[in-house]
Design a protein around this ligand. Structure first.
Ligand SMILES: [Zn+2]
Length: 457
């Protein structure tokens, strides 16, 4: 009996060892395919250079949907379709900001961007004294009279002490996302924020903001770090003023689409694994890292499986979500449809943190699932991918979480993302073809491994 047990244990270990060897060979094959014959970089170039930026509800977003459908078909996957989704429409229009850095100086035009969903000045010139405030805590302590009718400058710096830039983003982004709600209580004329940026430069960064429902609405704009540094010094001496003219506004809703492609599963076709990125971008730059990269990487996963004749047990879908940036309507519509159709999703992976070298994948795996997965984690080391400990997942796949789906997100190297994120500088030229492809390879490996070894069952 004991002998028999020992023998079967040895046999099991040998088999398990072989499984790891075959997985590591599969990883190398996947890596070779993506690095030498992958098309995601070329796909990204077409998206960035022929479509360009593509905010939800715009003609460019409609063009991006056409591009997505065509490119998805070219992966050779089994099925491609469009999923309708109503999206909010926000229009920017012309915009200007001039600052007076001293009581006696002249106004100087500075680089600026309105925040997404912001109200404009309606094309009128809005002028006012600037009140510099470093934090919400400081703002709360101020009396209403010292803020009312003034232009509030939230001068909160992106913390540079986190080795990974995402916690710094998480810390600072509230000054973009919540300023109108916090400051609205004291009726400012407008808000200027220091951009949520790691960049040692003067690129202003846009991104979503929001107002208190039925609360006051006023313009909110961002300036780059260099201008913010100069304004900070000037504010210490007093006499600073701003003059802004913006035309942005919300403009109803429009019909748009998520683009979906799938490889039908061989033995468990009614179990779904999805991989995705978001097709919309802000209306400046080219949306290369955010999130053209995630879209082309997700399609590369399907292409790689087809090219290598990998037949997954489960159905693998690539989803190009619409409207992540200012509404999350695509992610919500996908999750609603999955629920209505009773589709059993076991994993939803997103890439929306830039097309940089992959370092890991964060997930919401249970402790037990994570322990099971961790035995396979060393297979990723030759590809520089080691971090599977973080808890989290992408925004577009987050609505699936409450259906009990394990969600996840690719974790690329984070050092450069918040230099270009939501700026004119998020262009194709800032994406490296090897880094982008390695990310696509890591996503393919992860999905291959989870599916083949039933890691989330
Ligand atoms: Zn994004």
């Amino acid at each position: 009996m004991i002998k028999c047990l020992l023998l079967s244990t040895a046999l099991f270990c040998a088999l398990a060892g072989n499984a790891q060897i075959s997985d590591s060979l599969a990883f190398k094959t996947i890596s070779d395919q993506v690095l030498t014959r992958g098309k995601c970089y070329e796909d990204l170039k077409v998206l960035c250079k022929t479509v360009g930026n593509r905010i939800s509800g715009s003609p460019q977003a409609a063009k991006a949907v056409e591009w997505g459908e065509k490119t998805m078909r070219e992966t050779g996957c089994d099925k491609v379709w469009l999923q309708p989704v109503m999206v909010p429409v926000w229009k920017r229009g012309e915009e200007h900001l001039a600052l007076k850095f001293s009581a006696t100086g002249d106004y100087e035009d500075v680089p600026m961007t309105s925040l997404g969903n912001s109200e404009g000045t309606g094309g009128r010139l809005l002028k006012g004294d600037i009140v510099m405030i470093k934090s919400f805590e400081e703002f709360e302590r101020m009396d209403k009279a010292s803020v009312e009718g003034k232009i509030v400058f939230f001068n909160y710096r992106f913390r540079q002490d986190f080795p990974n830039s995402f916690p710094g983003y998480g810390d600072a982004v509230k000054y973009r996302w919540q300023s109108p709600i916090i400051a609205g209580k004291k009726n400012p004329a407008a808000i200027i924020i220091r951009s949520i940026s790691t960049g040692d430069d003067d690129y202003p960064h846009t991104g979503s903001t929001r107002y208190e429902e039925n609360g006051p609405k006023f313009p909110i704009v961002a300036i780059g770090n260099k201008t913010a540094d100069k304004l900070e010094m000037a504010c210490l001496n007093g006499g600073t003023m701003a003059a802004m003219k913006t035309n942005c506004k919300m403009d109803g809703t429009a019909l748009s689409y998520n683009v979906i492609g799938e490889i039908t599963g061989s033995t468990k076709p009614n179990d779904y694994i999805i991989v995705g990125g978001h097709l919309d971008s802000w209306d400046i730059g080219e949306g290369a890292h955010d999130d053209g990269a995630g879209c082309v990487q997700s399609m590369e996963v399907l292409r790689t499986m087809k090219k290598l004749s990998i037949r997954p047990k489960r159905t693998i879908r690539a989803v190009l979500f619409m409207n992540e940036e200012n509404g999350l309507k695509g992610g919500t519509a996908y999750a609603d449809s999955a629920l209505a159709r009773k589709e059993k999703h076991i994993l939803a992976l997103e890439s929306d943190a830039g097309g940089f070298s992959p370092r890991g994948i964060e997930t919401t795996m249970s402790k037990k699932q994570r322990e099971k997965f961790k035995k396979y984690a060393p297979l990723f080391l030759p590809y520089g991918v080691y971090n599977f400990d973080e808890e989290g997942g992408g925004a577009d796949v987050s609505p699936l979480k409450k259906q009990g789906v394990v969600i996840g997100e690719l974790l690329p190297d984070s050092q450069r993302y918040f230099d270009v994120h939501h700026t004119d500088n998020d262009v194709f030229e800032t994406v490296n073809h090897r880094e982008l492809k390695l990310g696509a390879a890591a996503m393919t490996m992860f999905i291959y491994l989870v599916d083949k070894n039933d890691l989330l069952d």
